[in-house]
Design a binder for this molecule. Structure first.
Ligand code: SF4
Length: 369
């Protein structure tokens, strides 16, 4: 399991190694076709910041080779904001005295129909807080059955589960699982997640192994940018991705680097990542892993999303509402975070076309399940 592998790496030692990278290390990394984690560290280092243009050119080339001129479109469906966890940066955390809503199947159906009216989406990301007795495996199985007739590709972003539960859901139409480790800094992880199941670092970080063991078709991973030193966190994630590719080689992978927004309750990010740094990180990951799907959500501004479209990003959300019932049932409830790109899906798709790319709504058919 990855937790055992992670113990081999020292956080502070990794930070020092990244900061010690030189222009020569960056040039060596840029000259290679297949990069190791050490090369990745050079590309994301402060020394790597001076090489943004050659990195962008290579990232563009690899993305074009693997994905063509396409951007895969997806939309999130928040089904429940009930949560037993206490993540200090999240408006849905258990201590926040807000109204909670867990959608009934009738409401899920109404949301699916409203989403289909927004655009021809086939990739649905089902998102829920973590409250096992309200939105646990039985509930999610019903949601999958309800959403299945409307969408060909169903992914969940919910509580980490046992391998047999992931497997059970794959039998009910589940194609992918997204889980954010938030941070790989085990000691500090506890400060951000003081109580609830999510406070158990080992359970969360080993969740990706359980997805792989269950044969989940696609696994999405990410760290929350704003908690700890981002360079060290994404290096741990690069190690994790390499480990997963080695052990679960039939699985497809996607990555996402959400930059933290202030949540209800006023949590301010400890670390701020600039647009240039996010671009550097995106290029570095593309050079490190040519096949990984790199996703940008509506957390990012339209202009920045458009600039990055040709340079490494391969999937985008659009039209997102981040509260349960946001599309049809209860559009006034509290959002998990504010979106920065509030354009309609069809406006986003039009921009993709204007830039010479194709917005791909469907890249999977349920007959493949
Ligand atoms: S981040 Fe997820 S697990 Fe944490 S409080 Fe928010 S909804 Fe719950």
């Amino acid at each position: 399991m990855f937790y055992d592998e992670l113990k081999k790496y020292d956080w502070d030692g990794t930070t020092r190694a990244i900061l010690a990278k030189t222009p020569r290390d960056v040039e060596i990394a840029l000259s290679k076709e297949h990069l190791d984690v050490d090369d990745f560290m050079a590309l994301i280092s402060p020394a790597g910041a001076a090489y943004l243009e050659p990195m962008a050119r290579l990232s563009h080339r690899h993305t074009l080779e693997r994905f063509g001129k396409t951007i895969s479109m997806y939309i999130p469906l928040y089904v429940s904001n009930a949560c037993t966890n206490h993540c200090v940066y999240c408006g849905f955390n258990h201590d926040n005295p807000m109204k909670r809503l867990t959608l009934t199947m009738e409401q899920v159906k109404a949301e699916c129909e409203a989403i289909r009216r927004l655009g021809p989406f086939e990739n649905l990301l089902i998102v829920s807080g973590e409250f096992p007795t309200l939105n646990g495996v039985d509930y999610l199985e019903k949601v999958l059955h309800t959403a299945r007739p409307y969408f060909n590709n169903l992914t969940i972003e919910v509580m980490p589960m046992k391998s047999r539960d992931y497997y059970r859901l794959t039998q009910s139409g589940l194609n992918g699982v997204v889980c954010f480790q938030e941070t790989y800094h085990e000691a500090r992880y506890k400060d951000y997640h003081p109580r609830g199941m999510k406070s158990i670092f080992e359970w969360r970080v080993n969740g990706f192994d359980r997805m792989g063991q269950a044969g989940v078709h696609k696994i999405g991973m990410g760290v929350l940018i704003g908690l700890e030193d981002w360079r060290t966190d994404v290096t741990m994630m690069a190690r994790h991705l390499r480990y997963l590719r080695r052990n679960y080689w039939k699985t497809r992978y996607s990555i996402n680097f959400p930059r933290m927004c202030p949540a209800e309750g006023g949590y301010q990010p400890k670390v701020v990542m600039t647009d240039r740094e996010l671009a550097q990180l995106t290029f570095a990951f593309r050079l490190f892993d040519h096949d990984v799907d790199i996703s940008y959500s509506t957390r990012e501004e339209p202009k920045f999303r458009a600039n990055m479209m040709k340079l490494g990003v391969t999937s985008m959300s659009a039209g997102s509402r981040t509260e349960p019932g946001g599309y049809a049932v209860a559009p006034d409830s509290l959002e998990q975070f504010e979106v920065s790109d509030a354009r309609t899906p069809l406006q986003v798709a039009q921009e993709i076309r204007d830039l010479g790319y194709e917005a791909v709504w469907k890249d999977w058919d349920k007959v493949f399940d």
